[in-house]
Design a protein around this ligand. Structure first.
Ligand code: G3P
Ligand code: CA
Length: 260
C-alpha cells in the first residue's frame, strides 16, 4: 500500500510534512500545505475534528486557544472547544497571526476545502482523525467527504491514521481500499492481528529500533517515524529502513534523506 512517488524513489523514504510545513507556516492551514508542496514534500499530514454542527475542520488541539485568536473574536471564555462551536463561529477566527503577522487572514480550513485546494499538486495525504471516541460519527463523515472527492481515493494518494485503532478498524470497513495507519507503538505480539486491516505503523521516533521495523516489514506493513526535524536522527531512522519520515521541516528532511 505504498504511496507511489517519483521523487520518493530518488530518496530512501517518503517525506511527510507534519501539519504542513509547520516549522515555517501556521500548522493545518492551506498556506502550510502549499509551502510543503513548494519544499518538495511527498505527502502532507493534517488533523481532522468535527464541529458542533457536524462539519469537518482542521485543528490539532481539541480547542482553538493555542492556534487562533478566538479570545478576541468569539464570545465566552477559553477553552474554545471545536466540538462546542459551529463552523460559522470557527470561520470567524484567524488561524495565522498567532504564528507570524504575515499569515494574518489564514482561516481554519474545512477538510473539503483542503481536498480541493491540494488536489493535483503532486503530494499524497496522511489524514489523521483526532479523538474519534469523543466525536461519534466522524469516521463516516470523513469517508463521505472522500467519496465526494474521488481524486484522493485513487491508489497511492491517501492514508488515514489515528491513535484510536478501533476507530481505524471501523474506517477500514467503510472504505476498505484506503490504506490505514496506526499511531503509536503496538506491542510486537499485537502486530499480526493489526496487520489484518492496517498498512502502516506510525511510531514516535524515539521508540523506534531496527528490530521493530523488521517485525513490521515481515507483516508487509510500513513504518513511518514522527515527528523528526533533526537531520542526524533522520539519518539514524533511515539506517533502520523506515519507509517515511514525518517532519515539520520538509526541506531539511529531504536533504537528510537523499541517497548517498
Ligand atoms: O503524524 C504523526 C503525528 O501527527 C501524531 O501526533 O500530536 O502531532 O497529531 P500529533
Ligand atoms: Ca497529527
Amino acid at each position: 500500500a505504498a504511496v507511489a512517488s517519483t521523487a520518493a524513489a530518488r530518496r530512501a523514504a517518503v517525506i511527510v510534512a507534519h501539519r504542513g510545513a509547520s516549522a515555517y507556516a501556521p500548522e493545518n492551514t492551506i498556506a502550510a500545505f502549499r509551502l510543503a508542496a513548494r519544499q518538495g514534500a511527498d505527502r502532507f499530514e493534517l488533523d481532522v475534528r468535527q464541529t458542533r454542527d457536524g462539519r469537518l475542520v482542521l485543528m490539532h488541539d481539541a480547542t482553538l486557544t493555542r492556534t487562533t485568536n478566538a479570545e478576541r473574536v468569539l464570545p465566552g471564555r477559553a477553552p474554545w472547544r471545536v466540538r462546542d462551536l459551529t463552523l460559522a463561529q470557527i470561520r470567524k477566527v484567524d488561524a495565522g497571526s498567532w504564528f507570524a503577522a504575515r499569515y494574518r487572514g489564514e482561516r481554519v480550513p474545512t477538510l473539503g476545502e483542503v481536498l480541493r485546494a491540494m488536489r493535483g499538486r503532486g503530494m499524497g495525504l496522511l489524514l489523521e482523525i483526532k479523538d474519534p471516541a469523543r466525536q461519534p460519527g466522524i469516521e463516516a463523515r470523513v469517508a463521505a467527504e472522500l467519496r465526494r472527492d474521488p481524486f484522493w481515493l485513487a491508489p497511492g494518494r491517501l492514508t488515514v491514521q489515528s491513535f484510536d485503532w478501533v476507530s481505524m478498524r471501523r474506517f477500514h470497513r467503510l472504505l476498505p481500499r484506503v490504506p490505514i495507519g496506526l499511531l503509536g507503538t503496538p506491542a510486537p505480539a499485537r502486530l499480526a492481528g493489526l496487520a489484518r486491516f492496517a498498512d502502516q505503523i506510525n511510531v514516535p521516533y524515539r521508540h523506534l529500533g531496527a528490530a521493530y521495523v523488521r517485525r513490521v516489514h515481515r507483516l508487509h506493513m510500513q513504518v513511518l517515524a514522527w515527528t523528526v526535524d533533526d537531520p542526524r536522527a533522520i539519518r539514524r531512522l533511515l539506517s533502520y529502513r523506515v519507509d517515511g519520515i514525518i517532519t515539520n521541516r520538509p526541506r531539511a528532511g529531504i536533504a537528510a534523506a537523499r541517497w548517498g
